[in-house]
Design a protein around this ligand. Sequence first.
Ligand code: FES
Length: 112
Amino acid sequence: MPTESEGEWHDLCPLAEVEEEEPFFANFAGKELMVVKAGDEVSVFTDSCPHIGASMVGATVEDGHIECPLHGACFDALSGEVSDGPTNQNLERHSARVDGDRVFVCLSPPKE
Ligand code: FES
């Protein structure tokens, strides 16, 4: 269960919408988000490739990695850590959890 220090949890999407091979994209609270399933785990990232800030729509998920469709940057599907490609920056990850058949996200507090 979330703690108060983790912030507020929001119902983002049905778990069934998130395919194994392809991220699910959603707009929530003005943020474009990318939901990724790897095995039993679900992660939520900001939909922005750190290479040039492009959307990751069209990305594929394979062997625990997400591949950007534009120039092939690869990221760990759970942590968002970059593993290959033309960037050395990681995806921006948000706290995520599955409760029943829904995916919940806790957006990072804005930086001051
Ligand atoms: S925009 Fe993702 S690798 Fe270039």
